[in-house]
Design a protein around this ligand. Sequence first.
Ligand code: MG
Length: 298
Amino acid sequence: MPFFESHDPVFDRFVLHNAPVKRLATGFDWVEGPVWFGDHNCLLFSDIPNNVIHRWHPAEGVSVFRSPSNFANGHTRDRQGRLVSCEHGARRVARTEPDGSITVIADGFDGKPLNSPNDVVVKSDGTIWFSDPHYGIVTDYEGHKAPSENPLVVYRADPATGALDVMVDDMNAPNGLAFSPDESLLYVADTGRRGEGDPTHIRVYDVRAGGCTNGRLFHAVSPGKADGFRLDSDGNLWTSAADGVHCIAPDGRLLGKILVPELVSNLCFGGRAKHELYITATTSLYRVSLARRGVQWP
Ligand code: MG
């Protein structure tokens, strides 16, 4: 079975045709939220239904990093290298300090609890941007069933001031998010409320000091939908899809696919040069080396 499917000649220069899409670990239920720790040469990722954050190390394999994890979903690191996590169960975004203690970044808006923070990214100014759809509160599978008390939006939290502001409020159910390499654009996936005819696509916004403007369609993934994604250093967007990882050019064109035998939820760049793509896909963790480098801090 081929590992790659080219839709534009440029994609053949992005991938390495002798590099396998390798399954590193399996046996999970729904893996999400991969985040690379280059200083520890390891990856953290969530198994949401099993309430665990796992650690994968090339020499040591998989071990439990945190359990229970408050049904953690997406993760990232801030500019000090601290782990920032979305927790469905606690309905909050939390930062893990170097001594292991937890700092709550956000757990409510307008006097009411958040829904279930899903995915998170940190801007170079230290602000923490996260999506707050309802997936962790609609059933007990990935959190605790509860009513939604706030709209399904994207927030910006400023840890320096404690401010929490709505940045994107025109989505059905915002999910994965990432900035362009120069941070002038914010990409957000809408995975819909699971209703008939819900929008499932990636939208892109111009980032301004006061918020996000000029929201427009960027790309509609098919088959499946975009959940989590990351960008490479040239601004190509690598997104989850039902049949693998799709590479989308800055102008929204599909350039090619990495074929993965399970439904992909999310991905991140890692390895010594951020040239490896770590892919969380349903029950397994995969990795493939690319001829690209990811935009990823640190
Ligand atoms: Mg997600």
